[in-house]
Design a protein around this ligand. Structure first.
Ligand code: SAM
Length: 273
């Protein structure tokens, strides 16, 4: 099996080759979770749209891959009961800390579950299921099939499953195969430490490799680097996969994203009739 380092290409790989002592982490591991959370909190575009959508629904909410609670806390703040599931104990630990630090009054409305969303059985049906932050892109075809089959049984008869994905159409860097595309942007962790976020889009445009490298590589040994690989899953592909599992896309909601970012949509999914 390829190591995390072997999965890093392009300029990020060049930078890493210059360093003598590097530790490559998954972005959701105990060290990466805090950096991921700090960077994710700097982007509220999809969050705003998802919360606006959730406001139009009623009843308890199932949130898939809740991470450190970027969506969970605003959902709880709407006064809703939330069951939130995530695989990463590190991400769930940040969510718990955050609740204790300022939102303890919301804890009685929250059921936190450490588990795999593809196999998770909540034991009851939900009218609203939220799956944000393009997290579907972390799942391979088999995992997506298991998840969608699971959602077909978890979703109440008139229920809605909201999931976000990127839209390659109209995006010069994602639409057509070609040479690799690379983007670099400066981000900061919660202490203000700068990192370069490298995005490397593979020639067939199926994967975006994301790698975060600290700007200052002299202060720690090893230099801790964080990475993840995100699939590009166009809405029409997800629609076909959902159909195969007796679900259907009923509406598509655009997310207003800043100029340079990839376009995101939220698919509103219900039972196929
Ligand atoms: C992109 S983050 C999104 C977190 C959060 N929703 C947010 O918006 O910040 C992806 C999350 O998915 C979780 N995850 C990935 N695969 C999973 C799986 N099969 N089951 C449960 N959680 C999973 C990771 O642990 C991580 O917290």
């Amino acid at each position: 099996m390829a190591t995390l380092l072997e999965n890093i290409n392009g300029r990020a790989a060049t930078v890493l080759r210059e360093l003598t002592d590097v530790a490559v982490h998954d972005i959701y591991d105990p060290l990466g979770a805090r950096l991921y959370d700090a960077v994710a909190l700097q982007d509220g575009h999809e969050l705003r749209e998802m919360i606006a959508i959730a406001r139009r629904t009623t009843g308890p909410i199932l949130e898939l891959a809740c991470g450190a609670g970027r969506f969970t806390l605003p959902l709880l703040a709407l006064g809703r009961e939330v069951t939130a599931v995530d695989l990463s104990p590190s991400m769930l630990a940040i969510l718990s800390e955050r609740l204790d630090a300022g939102y303890a009054h919301l804890r009685n409305k929250l059921t936190l579950v450490e588990g795999d969303i593809c196999n998770f059985d909540p034991g009851l049906k939900f009218s609203t299921v939220i799956f944000g932050c393009v997290t579907v892109s972390l799942l391979d075809f088999g995992a997506r099939s298991r998840l969608f089959r699971n959602m077909a049984s978890v979703l109440a008869p008139e229920g809605r499953f909201f999931l976000s994905t990127t839209v390659p159409e109209g995006d010069a860097s994602l639409a057509a195969p070609g040479t690799p595309v690379e983007n670099v942007q400066l981000v900061k962790d919660s202490a203000g430490m700068p990192y370069r976020l490298h995005e490397y889009i593979v020639p067939d445009r199926s994967i975006r490799e994301i790698t975060l490298i600290p700007e200052d590589t002299d202060t720690s040994s090893p230099v801790n680097v964080f990475t993840t690989a995100v699939r590009v899953l166009p809405p029409h592909q997800l629609a076909t996969e959902l159909q195969a599992n007796n679900l259907a896309v009923l509406a598509t909601h655009s997310v207003k994203t800043p100029g340079s970012a990839h376009q995101i949509v939220i698919l509103e999914v219900g039972h196929r009739v």
